[in-house]
Design a binder for this molecule. Structure first.
Ligand SMILES: C[S@@+](CC[C@H](N)C(=O)[O-])C[C@H]1O[C@@H](n2cnc3c(N)ncnc32)[C@H](O)[C@@H]1O
Length: 382
């Protein structure tokens, strides 16, 4: 995407949120029109920026999906150019990325206020994913129950983050972290996420092979519950459904299935429905709550998350053109996933290094759906 050069005079006060604080446009890609949507990458403390977003009617209560990956209270300083980090520009070598020093109740309070603001920004049918580690994650779960309501807790997703480690440790190797998934209300967007079946899955789920070499499995043609008067309680081919059960479909439909070769009869005359592997493979299998998405081996940012995982989250929990928000952007993985899948996005980070890396990544997208701007809170001279 092409950068639009701005004169110094154009930068100051060029964007003022209704009743809110003024922001400078630091850089822009594509032509901005302030009455039309543009994607935003904001440099600053997310507390101030989230409060400002709550002033914008097009954003407050309109965000369909939030993914955040905050610091994990590790008491560490993270640098770009360390160990497994590859930089996209040599000037980023060994730059400080961010400092993660908040501990205990200070950390939890830091997160609590932000989660409360994020809840306000979410659409009624929106959801939030909070990526966190196994040390602090359980405290965060209790706090999220408080902010979003225990009844809006959907999943604690186990994410396999790396290969097993073989160095000695008094304890079990830690190869997972967690993603806490909550909704704002009981009605929320979720596009049934499916993943490809592996060869092992196919052999396990479809253990039988017919005379043409087609893999298949069989399932009962009846289900629990007795129906005395309905058609699914009537005899089929002289057989009644077993006691306390009814046919899954009407006798006419069972006839049709049999004609199409979808019923297997046992030697004792017991019918079962045939499910062929090749008819199911294309659809994939439903994703469960253990995910295997290892982080990049040579990340652009020290805590960069797996892009495929973020694309999955974005596609599962939002629709094209929805607003996706990440207020701990880092290298911009969420925003990149949102842009690639045709969503609108807002990102915030207090680290200049993070903003530069996310910007470098986002501007590589050739056909962006909207222009985007790098914004910073206007500095007021006292
Ligand atoms: C774990 S990293 C996020 C990594 C990101 N998910 C990725 O894929 O690259 C956490 C980020 O939160 C940012 N951060 C920490 N405190 C913040 C605050 N108060 N406001 C905005 N950003 C903050 C840090 O600068 C850091 O970039």
């Amino acid at each position: 995407m092409n950068r639009v050069k701005l004169k110094n005079s154009q930068r100051r006060n060029s964007y003022r949120i209704l009743n809110g604080l003024p922001f400078d446009v630091i850089r822009q890609y594509g032509q901005l029109a302030f009455d039309k949507w543009f994607n935003q990458l904001v440099l600053g403390d997310n507390l101030i920026v989230l409060k400002n977003l709550l002033q914008i009617p097009q954003v407050k209560g309109k965000v369909r999906l939030i993914y955040i990956d905050p610091p994990f209270s590790t008491n560490q300083t993270f640098r770009v150019g360390e160990k497994r980090t590859s930089t996209i520009s040599p000037s980023n070598q060994d730059k400080e990325a961010y400092v993660d020093r908040l501990r205990g109740k200070d950390y939890l309070n830091f997160l609590r206020v932000r989660l409360s603001l994020l809840r306000e920004l979410l659409a009624d049918d929106g959801t939030i994913y909070v990526h966190i580690d196994y040390k602090i994650g359980h405290y965060v779960k209790v706090m999220m129950d408080e902010v979003f309501g225990k009844n809006h807790f959907i999943n604690d997703i186990t994410r396999i983050k790396c290969n097993p480690k073989n160095f000695p440790r008094k304890g079990y190797g830690n190869i997972k972290d967690m993603i806490l998934f909550y909704s704002k209300s009981s009605e929320y967007v979720l596009n049934e996420p499916r993943v490809k079946m592996t060869d092992e899955d196919i052999i396990r789920l479809f253990p039988k092979i017919d005379k043409y070499g087609r893999r298949y499995t069989t399932t009962p043609v009846h289900a629990p519950g007795e129906t005395r008067n309905g058609r699914t309680g009537k005899p089929w081919r002289g057989l009644f459904p077993p006691k306390g059960r009814h046919w899954r479909v009407s006798p006419e439909e069972l006839d049709k299935l049999d004609q199409e070769g979808h019923i297997e009869w046992s030697s004792t005359g017991n019918p079962r429905r045939i499910i062929y592997a090749d008819e199911k493979i294309r659809k994939g299998k439903l994703l469960q709550d253990i995910w295997n998405f290892k982080d990049p081996q040579y990340p652009k940012y020290p805590t960069e998350k797996n892009l495929e995982m973020l694309k999955l989250i974005v596609e599962a929990s939002s629709k094209p053109n929805d607003i996706v928000l990440d207020c701990f952007v880092g290298s911009g993985s969420t925003l990149f996933a949102a842009e690639l899948t045709g969503r609108r996005w807002i990102g915030i980070d207090s680290s200049k290094t993070a903003i530069e890396i996310a910007e470098d990544r986002l501007k590589t997208i050739k056909k962006a759906s909207h222009p985007f701007a790098i914004l910073e809170l206007t500095k007021v001279d006292l």
